[in-house]
Design a protein around this ligand. Structure first.
Ligand code: GLC
Length: 763
C-alpha cells in the first residue's frame, strides 16, 4: 500500500505526496471536504461559489494524518484511504479496505454470445482506474443520481453516467439515461452525507449491487475529484451541494402555468385552432411548444414558410390571447452549403472535428449534421446570439433537445475533437457536458438579448445545469410503469439539484388511455414543469380528446395548479436561496421515519402539501401513509392523524391530497393564463395549527427582485388561531389591498393597508 511520503499544509488544503501519486485534500468549509488527485482542470459545475476561509488543523497521528474542522475529523491513511468521523468520534464514512468481491468476471466470450442475440450487457466486473470504495455499514439508503430509472432508493443498483438517448421504454435495468448528475446522498440511521464526484467522463456508481459490504464510484479517465458533504439533515446536505453547483434561478411566473405540446403540430392553422380550443374549453394554458415541425427542413434558426405564412403575426396574435410560444432547438446543424448557420460555423471553425481535422458528421433529424463545439466560449457566444432570430419572432423560451448529443448513425466516437475552452479535448470528456454547455449558451443568450429571466428547457444535463435550464425526463411512454416511475424520478432529480423538472404528461411514446391521462394529470399538475407532450403518430392526448367527462376532470387539476401558482412561485423564490426542490420525496423532511425511506408513490410539494396519487390502472382506492403529525384532507377538510397507513377512496376524479397542520397556502383565483387578472387580493388557505409562511411578490419576469424590488409578506398563525400578516420587505408596487382568508370552509375578506394586520380566525 502506498505510503504518505510527505505533505504540505496550505491555506485551505493539504498536498500529499505518496510514492508515485500526489493528492490534495481541500477544506471548503467545516462540513465540505474535497478529495483530489489528477491534472489541473476547471469544473463545469463548481463555478461561482465562494466559501469564507475555513478554520481547520492538521496533525500527525501514529501512522496517518488527522485533519480537523469544527464538525469533522478526517483521517488520511496510507493508500489514500480516508475515514471520516464527527467531532465526538462517531464514524460517518470509512473507505473499504478489502478487495472487491466480483462473483464472476464477464469475459469477451460472454459479451459476444449475449450480443449475438441482440442483448446488451454492461460489464460491471471491471476494476476502474479511479475507484473509490466506501464501506457499507448495512443501513444505507442512497438517493439522487439524477434521472435514473427505477425507484427512489438506489441501494442495490448499478448506474453509469453517460448521457444517453434510448428510445425503448425505459425500465429499471437501464444504467444510464439523458442526464449525468454524479451526486448522491447517503442516509444512515445516525447520519447523512452526500458525495459529488465531479468527473465528466463516463463514471460508474455501484450502490451495493456487487456486495453488501461496500459501494463504489469511479471512472477510467479524468480526475479523482470528489466532495464529501456532511450535514445534520438531508436538506442541509442538499443545500451545501447547491451552494457548490448553483441554485435554480427564479423562473418567470408564467412558466409555472400549463404547457401544451405535441410533435406534430405542423401548421400555423393547427396552432391557432389549438389555442382557441384551449380557451373555448376553458382549460387554463400559458404556453404552446413548437416541435421540430416549425423549422425549414429541421434546420435550426429557420422557419418553415410553407406551413407558416406569417409566423410573427401569428405569434403576436396568440400572445394577445395570453399564450407564450416556445420553440425546440437541436444542436445538430444540417450539413448544407448555403445554409447560413452551417456556412458560418464552417468558416469560423465552430464544429467538432475528427482527429484528422475534418468536420465530424453524423445523422440527426435534418440528415447529415454537424455538431457545434459548445466547450469554446466563442461558439457559445455565437449560439447565444442566434437566439435573436427566435426572439424577433416573439418566442419566449427555448427547448433544447437531442443534446446528449443524440445521433442516428451510431454514437459519436470517443476521439471526436471538441474543446474545453481553448484546450483541445475529446468527445469522451465533453459528452456529458454537451447539453449543459448548450443550455448555458442558450441561457446566456436569452439573458443578454431578452433581459427577462431566461426560460430554457434541456434534455441532457450535468451537475449544475439547474443554473441554466429546467429539464424534462425525455421520451417516456404512455404506460402505467412510466407514470409510476415519474414520482421517484422527479424526486431524485430534485435531490440532485434539478428542481424545475417534469415528465411528458400522458406519456410521449405509445398510445395513452383516458384513465392513464387523468391519473397522469393528477401527478403532473404538481410537477414543477407542467407540460403535456406526445410523439408524432401516437394517439392524440390534448385535454378534450376523450370526451366531456375526461375533459372536466383534466380541467379540475389544471385549475388546481393555477390556484396554487403563488405557492409554487414562493417555493422557487425560497429555492433560489436554499437550494431545496419544489417536489420532494417524503424522506427529505422525515428522514428518521423508516416508512418513507422507500416511499415511491407519494411526494411533497414544499413542506405543506402531500400528494398520494393513484398510479395503478383500475384502482379507485389508495393506501395512504402520512408521517407523524396532524394533516387535513384537502378535499373534505377532515383532520387525519399521521403516523400510519389508511385507505382513501380515490375515484378517477380524485387524487388524495393532504395539507400539514399549521400550513398557510397562498392561492390565486383561477385564470386562463397567468397575468389574465390583476391580483389585488391574495387568497390565504389556512389550516389549523401553528405555522409561519413567507410570500413573495414581484414583477414575475425580470431580475429586478435581485435588486430588492420585491415584497415579502410574513404570515404567521399561532395556536390560539391568531393570524398575523406583515409586510417584511417592501420593494415592489402595488402591495396587496387585502386578503381572502379561507379557514375551516369559510371565506372572509380583510383589507390590508400595507404594514401589518392581526385577526383571530375564530373571532
Ligand atoms: C425527441 C424529444 C421529443 C421530441 C422529438 C422530436 O424525441 O425527446 O420530445 O418531440 O425528439 O423533436
Amino acid at each position: 500500500m502506498e505510503k504518505i511520503i510527505d505533505y504540505k499544509k496550505k491555506k485551505n488544503n493539504v498536498k500529499l505526496q505518496f510514492a508515485d501519486k500526489k493528492y490534495r485534500v481541500e477544506v471548503l468549509d467545516s462540513k465540505i471536504i474535497r478529495f483530489f488527485s489528477g491534472k489541473k482542470s476547471t469544473s463545469f459545475s463548481v463555478t461561482e461559489c465562494e466559501f469564507p476561509e475555513p478554520c481547520w488543523s492538521l496533525e500527525e497521528g501514529s501512522n496517518n494524518l488527522i485533519l480537523k474542522t469544527d464538525d469533522l475529523m478526517v483521517e488520511i491513511n496510507d493508500g489514500f484511504l480516508v475515514d471520516i468521523f464527527d467531532t465526538s468520534g462517531k464514524v460517518i464514512c470509512r473507505d473499504y479496505r478489502g478487495k472487491r468481491q466480483i462473483s464472476s468476471k464477464i469475459t469477451e466470450e460472454t459479451l459476444s454470445i449475449i450480443s449475438g442475440e441482440g442483448h446488451s450487457l454492461v460489464d460491471k466486473s471491471r476494476e476502474l482506474n479511479i475507484q473509490v470504495c466506501k464501506k457499507m455499514d448495512g443501513d444505507e439508503c442512497f438517493y439522487g443520481l439524477g434521472d435514473k430509472t427505477g425507484f427512489l432508493n438506489k441501494r442495490g443498483y448499478y448506474y453509469e453516467m453517460w448521457n444517453s438517448d434510448l428510445p425503448e421504454p425505459q425500465v429499471d435495468s437501464f444504467v444510464s439515461l439523458y442526464k449525468s448528475i454524479p451526486f448522491f446522498i447517503v442516509l444512515k440511521d445516525d447520519c447523512v452525507f452526500g458525495i459529488f464526484f465531479d468527473n465528466t467522463y463516463k463514471t460508474c456508481f455501484n450502490m451495493g449491487q456487487e456486495s453488501d459490504d461496500y459501494y463504489y464510484f469511479g471512472a477510467d479517465k479524468g480526475n479523482l475529484d470528489y466532495y464529501f458533504i456532511y450535514g445534520s439533515t438531508m436538506s442541509e446536505v442538499l443545500s451545501s451541494y447547491m451552494k457548490l453547483t448553483g441554485t435554480v434561478p427564479l423562473p418567470q411566473m408564467w412558466t409555472l402555468g400549463y404547457h401544451q405540446s405535441r410533435w406534430g403540430y405542423d401548421t400555423e392553422e393547427q396552432i391557432k385552432t389549438l389555442a382557441s380550443r384551449m380557451r373555448s374549453e376553458k382549460v387554463p394554458c400559458d404556453c404552446i411548444h413548437l416541435d421540430i415541425d416549425y423549422m425549414d427542413n429541421y434546420k435550426v434558426f429557420t422557419w418553415n414558410k410553407k406551413n407558416y405564412l406569417n409566423p410573427k403575426a401569428a405569434i403576436k396574435s396568440l400572445s394577445k390571447q395570453g399564450f407564450k410560444m416556445i420553440t425546440i432547438i437541436d444542436p445538430g446543424v444540417k450539413k448544407e452549403k448555403g445554409y447560413h448557420i452551417y456556412d458560418e460555423g464552417v468558416a469560423e471553425g465552430y464544429f467538432a472535428t475528427t482527429p484528422k481535422g475534418k468536420i465530424y458528421k453524423n445523422k440527426v433529424w435534418p440528415g447529415d449534421s454537424v455538431f457545434p463545439d459548445f466547450g469554446k466560449e466563442k461558439v457559445r457566444k455565437w449560439w447565444a446570439n442566434n437566439q435573436q432570430f427566435l426572439l424577433d419572432m416573439g418566442i419566449r423560451g427555448i427547448w433544447n433537445d437531442m443534446n446528449e448529443p443524440a445521433s442516428f448513425n451510431g454514437p459519436l466516437p470517443d476521439d471526436v475533437v471538441f474543446h474545453d475552452e481553448e484546450r483541445v479535448s475529446t468527445h469522451e470528456k465533453m459528452h456529458n457536458v454537451y447539453g449543459h454547455l448548450m443550455a448555458k449558451a442558450t441561457y446566456e443568450g436569452l439573458k443578454d438579448l431578452d433581459k427577462r429571466r431566461p426560460f430554457v428547457i434541456t434534455r441532457a444535463c450535468y451537475a449544475g445545469s439547474q443554473k441554466y435550464a429546467t429539464a424534462w425526463t425525455g421520451d417516456n411512454h404512455s404506460i402505467w410503469a412510466h407514470l409510476q416511475m415519474a414520482v421517484p424520478q422527479l424526486c431524485n432529480l430534485g435531490l440532485s439539484g434539478m428542481s424545475y423538472v417534469g415528465t411528458d404528461i400522458g406519456g410521449f411514446g405509445s398510445d395513452t388511455t383516458p384513465e392513464l391521462l387523468l391519473r397522469w394529470i393528477e401527478v403532473g399538475c404538481f410537477s414543477p414543469l407542467f407540460r403535456n407532450h406526445s410523439g408524432r403518430g401516437t394517439r392524440e392526448q390534448e385535454p378534450w380528446q376523450f370526451g366531456d367527462e375526461v375533459l372536466s376532470i383534466y380541467r379540475k387539476y389544471v385549475e388546481l395548479r393555477y390556484r396554487l401558482i403563488p405557492y409554487y412561485y414562493d417555493l422557487f423564490f425560497k429555492g433560489e436561496q436554499t437550494g431545496l426542490p419544489v417536489m420532494r420525496p417524503l424522506i427529505l423532511h422525515y428522514q428518521n421515519d423508516k416508512e418513507v425511506q422507500n416511499k415511491n408513490d407519494e411526494f411533497l410539494v414544499g413542506e405543506s402539501i402531500l400528494v398520494a396519487p393513484v398510479l395503478m390502472q383500475g384502482e379507485t382506492k389508495k393506501m395512504v401513509y402520512l408521517p407523524a403529525g396532524d394533516w387535513f384532507d384537502y378535499w373534505t377538510g377532515e383532520k387525519v392523524q399521521g403516523g400510519d397507513y389508511f385507505l382513501r377512496d380515490a375515484p378517477l376524479d380524485l387524487c388524495p391530497i393532504y395539507i400539514k397542520a399549521g400550513s398557510i397556502i397562498p392561492n390565486f383565483p383561477v385564470q386562463q393564463f397567468i397575468g389574465e387578472q390583476n391580483i389585488e387580493n391574495l387568497i390565504l388557505d389556512i389550516y389549523p395549527g401553528k405555522g409561519e409562511y413567507h410570500h413573495f411578490q414581484d414583477d414575475g419576469e425580470t431580475f429586478a427582485y435581485r435588486e430588492g424590488k420585491y415584497n415579502e409578506y410574513k404570515i404567521s398563525l399561532d395556536d390560539q388561531n391568531l393570524l398575523t400578516v406583515s409586510l417584511e420587505h417592501n420593494g415592489y408596487e402595488p402591495v396587496y389591498k387585502g386578503f381572502t382568508i379561507m379557514w375551516k370552509g369559510k371565506e372572509r375578506q380583510v383589507a390590508f393597508s400595507g404594514s401589518s394586520i392581526s385577526l383571530n380566525l375564530e373571532g
